[in-house]
Every structure is written in structure tokens, then in C-alpha cells.
Design a protein around this ligand. Structure first.
Ligand SMILES: O=c1ccn([C@@H]2O[C@H](COP(=O)(O)O)[C@@H](O)[C@H]2O)c(=O)[nH]1
Length: 583
């Protein structure tokens, strides 16, 4: 792991149960290739870096070969937007250009893009040119297309599908599916999942019966409250395959909601996903031959986990390639100055453990102090005009831990490069913008729910042989800790499949389901006709402009007509604040 990373003191509770077909899977890694290096709990649980992960997968592939079984490695997308390694490149270089070279060192069998691969055309194009070719067909994007500069023809972003033989000779048909993402950059195209399954090439690819279908997709395997994340179109893919092949094994690997979860779809189909930020490596094993059945496990990403499951120790765990990758990651972090300290955070602030406006919520810190401070510093000439700052919750991505606050931390909290725009309106209008913008989101969610109700519901699994024979230890609810075994803080997963699936038992860190909605700074004691500046990030300019036009008819606001509030963008905000207040 990276120099200075605090190692975990926790260990897995029981060995993995291997089947004849096994999977390791990642999703929503968002650039956390350095691992989590802080000492505040639960960070040490996730302290392995991508070099460690490479050593782990190498040992696991060897174990699979020794056992004469298959082991496939899958990723479900969102490789960048989340740390300095992916987003801290010098100006002009597309996100993830360097970090993608690290990912290319891993022996993935199937990868697929997430929505973050498509926000910026420059990164999408760079992925297409510098990353996709390396995978020789393993990077699959069944419903994503792109146009090359100065052309109009849509071409597949990755391969539309992949048919291959596993090392043990099993025939696999694989697809890669992204939810119907609509905020993608001009020059990229995402087909809806309904449209995808109607394509003649899709029907043709599905026609021939393989030993198993493997579908990696950037959509959650469960329903979510938040309309931005509640994009579970898996039943459409599932039915498209099931109609033709009633009993063929289907393995679905989801993502996007940043949670661990699992759904049994029928006796021969299961959908599962790991969490986010390289905190989880998922494990799924199945017997295709002896009466079926599955086991699953959510592994914490630390060296204890990796060594325990590969029967290695500090002496023989690291492979040369793993050590080399760790060193390359360290070097890039040094070259990009990611450990430069901007200030010292006086306490922890959490994203998901407490609710806004709790004093330990990173959202509270951001709205009540960070944003007002930085906006005032950034536009001193407007400091006599009252200010309402609006932001979208999804732009804040992680906790802040007490101690040195570095350039890398700035990217883990707020990686996006969005400008701040403003309009000057009477307070009577300004105070209603946030509610109005959120109302529209709720309307869209209701519409989507109505469409979903029109879809056939999933069959109830009957007598699903879960888990594999020999895996009984996995059942029976959370493992009781031994009296002398102190539990560390971490995830305690309750997914939709049978039994207990966390690999290492923990005291629950808690976690809240939140919508990615709009928030604003506290109300002002001013009269309705006082003019004020409403400031918001460019990423949400369209919904805010729409809300303003509904509230203030006749003004005809347009995104193109908006002015920048200050020179700093969202990626600078925490640096400016930490230098000002924590230094
Ligand atoms: O430029 C950007 C791009 C995205 N966001 C925020 O991120 C979420 C999507 O993140 P997921 O990990 O896919 O959930 C999006 O809804 C925005 O809130 C941003 O702020 N700026």
C-alpha cells in the first residue's frame, strides 16, 4: 500500500467458498487507486492500493488454476472523478489519462463504462483512444456510442458484446450496459436499455446459447429513492435474455448507487454489486454443474483480507508487478504534488454518517462556511450584495478527516471542474429557487416510477439453491464476535440475498440514503424586494435557469447568457478555504 497508509487491524471471519465459476468484481472505483490512507476509522479497512489489488488478483487467478475452476474479473464503470490521481492532471490533460494506465495492468475480463466516463467529451475520446484498444474486446459498451472529432458517424465506444471461452473452456456471452444517462457530453450517445434489447445485432448475439451470460452494467441491482440513481433497468436486459434461454446462467454485475447489494432474479440468474471508491472487492461463486447455488462476499480492501484469502503473508504476498504498480502510483502522486498540505482540518466531517445540518456533516460545513467564505474572497466587489449559494449534493463526494488536508483530499471531497454562475434577483424569487428546482426532480421521478410500473414485474424466485453446498457458515445472520475480538467500524451490509455476506464483521458505520438534490445557504433576514445574488455551479445551470424562468416569467434566462461569479471553479474551493481557515 501507499507510504503512510494506516493498515487495518481487522481480519476476515471465514474463507471464501469457491464454485466452479467464480468472480471478483469492482465498481465505482472513482480513482481511489491509492487506497484510503487516513487513520480515522473506517479508512484503514480500505487501505490497500491498486498494487496490492494486482498481487491479490494474481494469486487468486493462480488458485483458480490450481483448483481447475474459472475466475473472472469484472468492472462496472466510473473509473474517474474522485481523487487527484484521476482528476489532478495538469491543465489540458483529460481526466484519468495516467490512472487508466494503472488499471490496464489488471487482468480484467470484462469492463464497461459508467456515466462519469461520458460527462466530458475529451475524457470519453481519450478513453476510446488510449484505454479501450488495450482490452482487445473486453471493454464492452453495448449501448454507448461516440463520434470522432469532425465526423458525424456514431461508432461503438467499446465492443457491443464479447463471446469468449474461459480458461476452463466455458462459453461466455458478455454485454456491458449503461443506464439511460442523458447528461452525457455532446459527441457521445447512450441508447436506452429498451432500445438496446430491440437491436437486431443484440437478438443475434443472444440467440446462440452459451454456458453463461455475463452482463456488467452501470446500474444498481436494487431500487433507490433518489431518482438520479434509481435507474434499475436490469429487468429489461434479464427478460431479453430469459425469453430466449429459460435456464441458462446469467450473472449480472451492477453499479452506480455506490452500495453493496445483491438480488436473486431466478434459480439461474443473480445480480450483485460492490460499493464504491475501492472499499469493496466483490466475490461471487457458483456451481454451474453440481445442482447450482451461489455464495457471495463483500471483501474489505486491505492487505489482511488479501493475504488471508490467498494463504500468503507479508513475506510472500507482494508480486513484483504489484510492487511496481504501487511505486508508479506513488510517483504520480508525487509528481502531481497530491500530498501538498493546504491546511489542517480541525475535526472529521462526514458525508453519509450524519444528516445535514448536523455539525459533523460535510454538507453543513460546505454550505454554512466553505462556500460563503470562498465566494466572498473570489468576488470582493460584490460583497455588499446579499448572497444565496446553491449546490447539488452529488458534487460533494467524500468525508474530511481531522489532520492534514491535502491536494488529494480536495479532489476526494470535490473533484469536478464546474464554474460558478450567478443571477441577481429579488429575494422573493431567490428564496424559492431551490424548492422549485427540487420539485421538478420529484416530478421526473414520479414519471419514471409510472413507466416502471408498466413493466412486467420480476418472477419470485422459488426454491433457489442458495448457497452452494459447503457454504453453510455464510448463513445465520451476522457473525457473533468473539468476546476478545474488538470490532472496528465499517460496513454492515443488508442486501436482498439470503445470509450474511460481509467478509469482515464490523460495528456499523451507519449510512444514510440521500437524494442528489439542491441545497442552499441559510435564509437571509431581508425583505422580499431586496436584490440578491443567487450563485450556483455550472453543472446545474440548466435546472436552476428553468426554475428561475418558472418563478420569474418574462425574464427568459438562458444558460448561455449566465455570467461567472468568480475566477475559481468548484475544484479550487476547498483549497482556497483550507489555506484561508485551516492554515
Ligand atoms: O461535472 C459534474 C459531474 C457530476 N456531478 C455530480 O455527480 C453526480 C453523479 O455521480 P454518480 O457517482 O454517478 O452518482 C451528478 O448527479 C452530480 O451531482 C457534478 O456535480 N459535476
Amino acid at each position: 500500500s501507499q507510504p503512510g497508509a494506516t493498515q487495518s487491524s481487522a481480519w476476515p471471519a471465514r474463507p471464501l467458498v469457491w464454485g466452479d465459476v467464480n468472480f471478483l468484481f469492482t465498481t465505482d472505483t472513482h480513482g481511489w487507486l491509492m487506497g484510503h490512507t487516513k487513520s480515522g476509522p473506517p479508512e484503514p479497512n480500505y487501505s490497500a492500493d491498486f498494487g496490492d489489488f494486482l498481487s491479490f488478483t494474481t494469486h487468486m487467478k493462480s488458485l483458480a488454476a490450481e483448483k481447475g475452476v474459472d475466475l473472472l474479473l469484472i468492472d462496472s464503470g466510473d473509473l474517474h472523478d474522485g481523487t487527484g490521481l484521476t482528476d489532478g492532471a495538469p491543465p489540458g490533460q483529460p481526466n484519468a489519462h495516467e490512472s487508466n494506465k494503472f488499471i490496464m495492468r489488471l487482468p480484467y475480463d470484462v469492463l464497461t463504462p459508467g456515466n462519469h466516463e461520458l460527462y466530458q467529451y475529451a475524457s470519453a475520446l481519450d478513453t476510446y483512444k488510449s484505454f479501450v484498444p488495450h482490452w482487445s474486446g473486453k471493454y464492452i459498451s453495448s449501448n454507448v456510442h461516440l463520434t470522432l472529432p469532425n465526423t458525424t458517424n456514431l461508432i461503438p465506444f467499446g465492443s457491443p458484446y464479447r463471446k469468449f471461452l474461459t480458461t476452463q473452456g466455458r462459453r461466455v456471452t458478455a454485454f456491458g450496459v449503461l443506464f439511460h444517462f442523458t447528461m452525457n457530453a455532446r459527441g457521445t450517445q447512450v441508447q436506452s436499455v429498451e432500445e438496446l434489447v430491440e437491436q437486431p445485432w443484440f437478438a443475434q448475439a443472444v440467440e446462440e446459447e452459451p454456458d453463461m451470460f455475463v452482463v456488467a452494467g452501470h446500474m444498481p441491482v436494487h431500487m433507490e429513492e433518489d431518482p438520479e440513481v434509481n435507474v434499475n433497468d436490469w429487468p429489461i436486459v434479464y427478460y431479453a435474455i430469459r425469453q430466449r434461454h429459460p435456464e441458462t446462467a446469467i450473472f449480472i454485475f451492477g453499479g452506480h448507487s455506490h452500495k453493496r447489494n445483491c438480488t436473486v432474479m431466478d434459480e439461474h440468474a443473480i445480480a450483485i454489486q460492490g460499493g464504491r471508491y475501492m472499499e469493496t472487492v466483490g466475490w461471487l461463486s457458483a456451481n454451474l454443474t453440481e445442482g447450482g447455488g451461489y455464495t457471495r462476499r463483500y471483501l474489505d480492501t486491505n492487505r489482511n483480507t488479501y493475504q488471508y484469502h490467498t494463504g500468503t503473508d507479508e513475506e510472500d504476498f507482494d508480486t513484483l508487478e504489484g510492487i511496481e504498480l504501487t511505486q508508479y502510483i506513488t510517483q504520480l502522486a508525487d509528481v502531481w504534488n497530491l500530498h501538498e498540505v493546504f491546511g489542517y482540518a480541525p475535526q472529521d466531517w462526514y458525508l453519509d454518517r450524519v444528516e445535514f445540518p448536523h455539525k459533523n456533516s460535510v454538507l453543513t460545513l460546505f454550505l454554512n462556511d466553505v462556500l460563503p467564505t470562498v465566494l466572498r474572497l473570489g468576488a470582493p466587489e460584490r460583497s455588499n450584495i446579499p448572497l444565496l449559494a446553491i449546490f447539488n449534493r452529488g458534487s460533494i463526494r467524500y468525508d474530511i478527516y481531522q489532520g492534514p488536508f491535502t491536494r488529494n483530499d480536495q479532489y476526494t471531497v470535490m473533484p469536478f471542474k464546474n464554474q460558478f454562475f450567478y443571477v441577481t434577483v429579488p429575494w422573493a424569487v431567490g428564496r424559492r429557487v431551490v424548492d422549485e428546482a427540487n420539485k421538478k426532480r420529484e416530478d421526473q421521478a414520479r414519471l419514471r416510477d409510472a413507466m416502471r410500473m408498466a413493466m412486467p414485474s420480476l418472477p419470485q424466485p422459488s426454491e433457489v439453491p442458495f448457497p452452494l453446498p459447503g457454504a453453510q457458515t455464510v448463513l445465520g445472520g451476522p457473525k457473533e464476535p468473539k468476546e476478545d475480538e474488538p470490532l472496528t467500524l465499517g460496513y454492515v451490509t443488508q442486501d436482498l440475498c439470503e445470509g450474511y455476506a460481509d467478509d469482515t464483521p464490523h460495528l456499523s458505520i451507519g449510512g444514510l440514503d440521500r437524494a442528489d438534490d439542491f441545497h442552499s445557504s441559510p435564509p437571509l433576514p431581508i425583505s422580499d424586494d431586496t436584490l440578491m445574488d443567487v450563485v450556483f455551479p455550472s453543472f446545474v445551470a440548466q435546472p436552476i435557469v428553468d426554475a428561475l424562468n418558472r418563478l420569474f416569467p418574462g425574464q427568459n434566462y438562458t444558460v448561455a447568457g449566465l455570467e461567472k461569479y468568480m475566477k475559481w471553479g468548484s475544484e479550487d474551493v476547498f483549497e482556497v478555504y483550507a489555506r484561508e481557515k485551516w492554515n
